[in-house]
Design a protein around this ligand. Structure first.
Ligand SMILES: [Zn+2]
Length: 218
């Protein structure tokens, strides 16, 4: 993708409205398992408005504070998140943006709040929004688009390898893999194995490639 096309794809939001999950719409039917068993598509969930996937993602990552005693830890966190983003960038078109208003995915250096009394190191939260974006030449776009908007929280309180594995997993949700694999060797494993998974497995890749061929939100 050219720089210009990437800039157009990550245009600034001029306003957005969250779309509440409609009660009367049915999500697409769950996919049948791949007969060869090479992916976990059948474990993914869609939204009532379709698959929350995109041809191109714009991602904002909370900047690190470059001074003070916390700077080293901020840098370690940022490097780990960068590593996970680069790995996803090998299979999906992703542009890093410096303005959160350009992004569909927002990554925060933050421990997620307790959920059902349980602590975790990472979380991704999906919302759907109707977004009006500026057009490439800076003029006001006339159309509103339905977009997924994902807030990702990655705790800084782990070893760098574990932060990267957490980021890889939570970004997988952000990029539309709303489900879990039953294989601990996959980045999207429901139950992580003993070693942090910092690479995408062939099953992770096959699943996301399948997802990218499904119709998106509408
Ligand atoms: Zn998960």
């Amino acid at each position: 993708m050219s720089l210009l096309a990437a800039a157009a794809a990550c245009a600034v939001s001029l306003g957005s409205t969250l779309v509440p999950p409609p009660q009367d719409l049915q999500p697409p039917p769950p996919p049948a398992p791949d007969p060869a068993g090479n992916d976990y598509r059948h474990r993914l969930q869609a939204t009532a408005l379709g698959w929350p996937r995109r041809d191109h993602w714009c991602v904002w990552v909370e900047p690190s504070t470059s001074e003070g005693p916390g700077a080293r830890w901020d840098q370690a966190w940022l490097q780990a998140v960068d590593g996970a983003l680069a790995t996803w960038g090998g299979v999906l078109p992703i542009t890093r943006v410096s303005n959160p208003d350009q992004a569909q995915v927002l990554v925060f250096r933050r421990r997620p709040p307790l959920k059902n009394g349980r602590a975790s190191h990472g979380r991704a939260v999906l919302e759907l929004a109707k977004v009006k974006r500026a057009s490439a030449d800076g003029s006001v776009a006339q159309t509103e688009q339905l977009e997924p908007r994902i807030t990702v929280m990655i705790s800084p309180g782990q070893r760098p390898e574990a932060i990267e594995a957490t980021a890889l997993h939570e970004l997988g949700h952000a990029f539309g893999l709303w489900g879990h694999s039953d294989n601990p060797a996959d980045a999207m494993a429901a139950v992580p194995g003993a070693q942090p998974v910092r690479q995408l497995s062939p099953r992770d890749r096959a699943t996301v490639l399948w997802l990218q061929q499904q119709p998106g939100l509408r």
